[in-house]
Design a protein around this ligand. Structure first.
Ligand code: APR
Ligand code: PHB
Length: 391
């Protein structure tokens, strides 16, 4: 089997890359370890930066997002008994789009299937070879037989636990890692959102986030221990903790049946550079952010927009300049999102080792955000998405 770009992983990064390449007349094969059903129903975050919304729209895969997505023009910060709205549109002229990541994945899979080009689910024993040469190859098993995929370029879009990043010699990579001493207990529930925008709450009992998926479905999170036992959380305990942490005068949290629950670990991670020879890493395979800034999917989309542009130059003109600049171009923006996600996380969570002084500084930071247009603008600019420069 032969293709121009072998893509490992059918998450948002791999699927969007395949689609952008197809539109540029570049052939690819996607290999995914899981089933179609699994990847289409995997619950993840649901906030799209305006840059991501623009990329999906321009690529012709934004129709359902435009119809079903909820444009949000601000968020609320709750702390010390106060509720302060950050008005994105007034501060930046932009909004974000609340639209589930699994719907983005469904839309991209439908677009891929419509092209008739290969997307192989349940691929086993995927391994990349000869990545330092200009004839890299992917070996895998599918439907009981062994295959070799010969490529010009391999895109490692296989997430944090994938096989591509570990195939790069350890001495060629520098890893930056921070694991946070807490996690998020997340639920999906059948209830109407109590507020039409997201609420981020810094509370004595810990952080809480009230998000949504639609006018009928909410997505709610509580800061918890990294090894939190879900069995210890009855529905009543979850609802009363959410109510306590989001309490505000005149505010009532709507409750309903809990459809799904889980614990999300919190980590910041970057691998540099994002390229080794003809292997390019994109999305979670190269970097992880804690979910507080809702940047994971957005960084993946930005990476592959840059990569698609670079590969277009390479396959059309034989020009390698875009490929050579790929890692540095992405990392400049990635580190800004890493900084923002770390800052949102640090500002909104309770830390077990936080001294009374640290706590006062944290609340002062929130009060400053509420009182300073400059500080609020910095948050808003980062949240709606920093500019993406596609050379
Ligand atoms: N072979 C083939 N596929 C693999 C392998 C492998 N060895 N290992 C992992 N995969 C697949 C996973 O099953 C998954 O479908 O790669 C895909 C990676 O997708 P994501 O984890 O969604 O990563 P990415 O596409 O970079 O998207 C980033 O997703 O993880 C969230 O929070 C993150 O929102 C962010 C976004
Ligand atoms: C979500 O809706 O899942 C969500 C929203 C905002 C975040 C993180 C997750 O910061």
């Amino acid at each position: 089997m032969r293709t121009q770009v072998g893509i490992v992983g059918a998450g948002p990064a791999g699927l969007l890359l395949a689609h952008l390449l197809h539109r540029a007349g570049i052939d690819s094969v996607i290999l995914e370890a899981r089933s179609r059903e699994y990847v289409e129903n995997r619950i993840r975050a649901g906030v799209l930066e305006h840059t991501t919304e623009d990329i999906l729209t321009a690529a012709g895969v934004g129709a359902r997002m435009a119809a079903e997505g909820l444009p949000h023009r601000g968020i609320h910060l709750r702390f010390a008994g106060r509720d302060h709205r950050i008005d994105f549109t007034a501060l930046t002229g932009r909004h974000v789009m609340v639209y589930s990541q699994h719907k983005v994945v469904q839309d991209l899979i439908a677009a891929r299937i419509a092209t008739g080009r290969p997307i192989l689910f349940e691929a086993e024993d995927v391994a990349v070879h000869d990545i330092a040469t200009d004839r890299p190859r992917v070996s895998f098993r599918h439907a009981g037989s062994a295959h070799q995929l010969h490529c010009d370029v391999i895109a490692g879009c296989d997430g944090f636990h994938g096989v591509c990043r570990p195939s790069i010699p350890a001495e060629a990579l520098t890893l930056f890692d921070r694991v946070y001493p807490f996690a998020w207990l997340g639920i999906l529930a059948e209830a109407a959102p109590a507020c039409d925008e997201l609420i981020y709450a810094n509370h004595e009992r810990g952080f809480a986030l009230l998000s949504m998926r639609s006018p009928e479905i909410v997505r709610l999170y509580l800061q918890c221990a990294p090894d939190e036992d879900l069995e210890a959380w009855s529905d009543d305990r979850i609802w009363s903790e959410l109510a306590a942490r989001s309490a505000h005068e005149g505010f009532t949290l709507n409750q309903g049946p809990i459809l799904q629950r889980g614990v999300t670990p919190m980590r910041s991670f970057v691998a540099e550079p994002m390229r080794h020879g003809r292997l390019f890493l994109a999305g979670d395979s190269a970097h992880i952010v804690p979910p507080t800034g809702a940047k994971g999917l957005n960084l993946a989309a930005a990476d592959v927009a840059v990569l698609a542009r670079a590969l277009e130059r390479f396959f059309r003109d034989g020009d390698q300049a875009g490929m050579d600049a790929y890692s540095a171009t992405c990392l400049d923006r990635v580190w800004k999102a890493e900084r923002f996600s770390w800052w949102m996380t640090s500002t909104l969570h309770r830390f077990a080792d936080q001294s009374p002084f640290d706590r006062r500084v944290q609340l002062a930071e929130l009060s400053f955000l509420a009182g300073s247009t400059a500080a609020a603008t910095a948050l808003a600019e980062n949240y709606v998405g920093l500019p993406l420069n596609l050379a």
